[in-house]
Design a protein around this ligand. Structure first.
Ligand code: ASP
Length: 330
């Protein structure tokens, strides 16, 4: 599988007979948000809605019975790995969990292509998290089964961006016309790289608030600018909080810093508190991909604008939809 853009006409000859080969996304990799257009998003979110309905009505059902997912995680994960597991199990499938590559042949020096080519002998789809940017694309180049990028270093986290966008739609009822402020570590945070790119499909205004050291990368700013999306950079949240409809908070990505002193300089730069949020609109929302490590005070959690735990639940339905779609089941 080498496809990086959604080519709805291309059918993977290796996928088993009996699945719906005409279904959009059948056999496709999910590598970057750049592969999606409006029609794709409407389709995925429509399926995610159906998944939400089915989970509420019956909990677990047999759509992917007999299918196997490998969760291959070279970096820590709580939500992404467990939500893909829950998604697969709610659809009646099963999971090979490889959360600790230290105990797999990777520790013996096995290359990513060989690991992928081995694991796909046992499974129908692979969810991959890896510390290197471009690793998911590399895996897809060697693999025959769909690869879902669950975070490639500081590159992208496309399934998170999809669930973030779904959250905005569900909570705000629209995306067009919104002012979305991204706060925190915009340099190393892959979720904001993906979300900013995905939002270029809409008519939004983007604000980036970060310490000087952690500004949004120039290449991402250029991509967004090329799509004519208004965007502006700030170091102080005060300048934009009152106009913000969606505040997307991120953690400083300690593990990506080459120099620990730089981390010390920027940790704790911004903290969302109930007092600060008195300056924000009453109908805005606060999101966070989690984990949080102090950027949002727990005192704020009971505020109806705190959407971060609801955001995680939406993620289950979006990931169920993606698994069903790449396996040709809708
Ligand atoms: N869980 C998200 C990620 O894997 C956000 C984070 O780790 O800060 O990128």
């Amino acid at each position: 599988m080498t496809i990086q853009t959604a080519n709805l006409n291309q059918v993977n000859p290796y996928l088993p007979f009996g699945d719906r080969q005409d279904a959009p996304f059948y056999g496709k990799d999910i590598l970057s948000v750049k592969q999606f257009n409006h029609a794709d998003l409407n389709y995925i979110f429509g399926v995610a809605h159906e998944m939400q309905e089915m989970v509420r009505r019956v909990g677990t059902f047999d759509m992917l019975k007999g299918k196997i997912l490998t969760n291959l995680f070279y970096e820590p994960s709580t939500r992404t790995s467990s939500s893909f597991t829950a998604a697969m199990e709610r659809l009646g499938g099963s999971v090979i969990p490889i959360n600790e590559v230290r105990y797999s042949s990777v520790a013996k020096g096995e290359s990513l292509p060989d690991t992928i080519r081995s694991l796909e002998c046992y499974s129908d789809v692979i969810v991959l998290r890896h510390p290197e940017t471009g690793s998911a694309a590399l895996a897809a180049q060697y693999g025959r089964k769909p690869i879902i990028n669950a975070g490639d270093g500081t590159g992208e986290h496309p399934t998170q961006a999809l669930l973030d966008l779904f959250t905005i739609l569900e909570e705000m009822g629209r995306v067009n016309g919104l002012t979305i402020t991204m706060l925190g570590d915009l340099k190393y945070g892959r979720t904001v790289h993906s979300l900013a790119r995905l939002l270029t499909l809409y008519n939004v205004k983007l604000n980036y608030v970060s310490p000087e050291l952690l500004r949004m990368p120039a290449d991402v700013i250029k991509e967004i600018g090329d799509k004519l999306i208004p965007q502006a950079e700030y170091t102080s949240l005060d300048e934009v909080l009152a106009q913000t409809d969606v505040l997307y908070v991120t953690r400083v990505q300690k593990e990506r810093f080459e120099n620990p002193e730089d981390y010390e300089k920027v940790r704790g730069s911004y903290v969302i508190t109930p007092e600060l949020m008195t300056k924000a609109k009453s109908d805005m929302i606060v999101m966070h991909p989690l984990p949080r490590v102090g950027e949002i005070s727990m005192d704020f959690d009971d505020d109806p604008r705190a959407a971060y735990f609801r955001q995680m639940e939406y993620g289950l339905y979006v990931r169920m939809a993606l698994l069903a779609l790449v396996l040709g089941k809708t």
